[in-house]
Design a protein around this ligand. Structure first.
Ligand SMILES: *Cc1c(COP(=O)(O)O)cnc(C)c1O
Length: 392
């Protein structure tokens, strides 16, 4: 079996620090039920993962192989994930008074969203550690990405979706070979159904931050943005937050990069954007809470942001605060308007979640929190095409 150059050493709990052997199928910390994080021998990784060596590597997230958890070549379930363009959005930026605006266009990933980054790692690791079947509760893009990588690995996949899920998401999963079950209820009800099945049949649950590796895929967003900026940090990163894997992942990536000597101690200010119809992180941030209370009656057209309670809430809040960042809510109407504005001025047709970052940027410019001469990276996390129903 051909091995990768992964320098994965072990897992440690993000809350209590308890350590675990990485080479076992595992979900949350057994002691405190918080997310587990992958740890690497970064000194060893730094010997080969250098600015110079990066220049010859493949244009995908696998260019950061040393700091990715997949150990065997056959579990690198490559469909072309990562190394998406960082687009200069000067016209859009000038219109809103912030010319150094860039868009990391994640719609170019397999299955049209950045969920591919996380799921290629979670499914790849589950596959190499011997999982027999996979399951996920999802109202959107995560299910499509899981289905695609499960298909590539040849593993049976089970998807639980709320029955009002848009056709595009459901049809995508079933055509990728997953067994789709529509649940009369919310995403939380889907989660409960998955937990039952996991216990009954021993399926492996790949829910966000409930296994250690989705965040490892998502952290490559941080590596890529900094590498694409010539190893410089932007001033501000604006991220549409549901479960927060990307935000927490990037924050982890920056620490790893510093430890490997790729960057210094500078950091961008991290902004978490949510929908005013589901803004548990914004509320907790404003109230100075360490954890976020679950949001009642969550409602937004941005499926990726309809996450009333996130397992990694304290990690999101920690990253935003440590970075001197901000958390703000925008309305669904603003998202839909900003999607067209972004589309017209940049050629990128964003998902409403991606458009939310522009709405957030406009608000932060108006309030003076953001200065017009700062370099800002917006994340368009998915393609607008799966949400065409919102404009028809
Ligand atoms: C899942 C999703 C999000 C939220 O990502 P998290 O890492 O869960 O915060 C944002 N945008 C889109 C398009 C998504 O599918």
């Amino acid at each position: 079996m051909t091995t990768t150059s992964s320098k994965l050493t072990h897992l440690s709990c993000s809350r209590c620090g308890e350590e675990y052997d990485a080479d076992q199928l595992i979900n949350l910390c057994r002691a405190c039920e918080k997310p587990l994080l992958a740890r690497y021998d970064l000194a060893k990784a730094a010997r080969t993962l250098t600015r110079a060596s990066m220049q010859e590597r493949e244009p995908s997230l696998w260019r950061y192989e040393e700091v990715l958890p997949v150990r065997t070549r056959k579990a690198q379930l490559k469909l072309g994930e990562g190394w998406t363009p960082l687009i200069c959005a000067k016209d859009l930026g000038s219109e809103i008074g912030c010319p150094h605006t860039l868009i990391k266009d994640e719609s170019l990933n397999p299955t049209g969203s950045f969920k591919a980054r996380g799921l290629v790692m979670a499914v790849g690791r589950a596959f190499e550690l011997g999982a027999a079947e996979l399951a996920i509760p999802s109202a959107g893009n995560a299910a499509g990405a899981m289905s695609a990588y499960a298909a590539k690995a040849g593993l049976p996949a089970h998807v639980y979706m709320p029955e009002d899920v848009p056709d595009a998401f459901r049809v995508e999963c079933s055509n990728l070979g997953a067994e789709v079950t529509l649940v009369d209820g919310l995403i939380t009800d889907c989660g409960a159904r998955v937990r039952e099945k996991v216990e009954e049949f021993g399926w492996f649950d790949v829910s966000t931050l409930k296994e250690p590796y989705r965040i490892e895929g998502k952290k490559t967003l941080g590596y890529e943005v900094v590498e694409q900026l010539g190893w410089r940090m932007p001033d501000v990163i604006i991220y549409p937050t549901g479960g927060g894997t990307g935000l927490v992942g990037m924050w982890k990536a920056f620490d790893e990069m510093e430890e490997m000597g790729l960057v210094g101690s500078e950091r961008p200010r991290m902004v978490s954007v949510q929908s005013s119809g589901c803004a548990p992180m914004v509320r907790a941030f404003e109230q100075g809470e360490e954890f976020a209370e679950a949001w009642q009656g969550a409602k937004t057209v941005a499926d990726g942001l309809r996450v009333p309670a996130a397992v990694g809430d304290f990690l999101i809040l920690e990253a935003v605060r440590e970075s001197d960042g901000a958390a703000i809510a925008v309305t669904d109407d603003e998202m839909l308007r900003c999607a067209s504005q972004m589309g017209k001025h940049t050629g990128v047709f964003p998902a409403p979640e991606g458009a939310a970052t522009l709405a957030g940027q406009v608000r932060l410019l108006e309030s003076g929190w953001l200065q017009g001469d700062e370099t800002v990276v917006l994340f368009n996390t998915g393609t607008g095409l799966k949400y065409a129903h919102l404009w028809s």
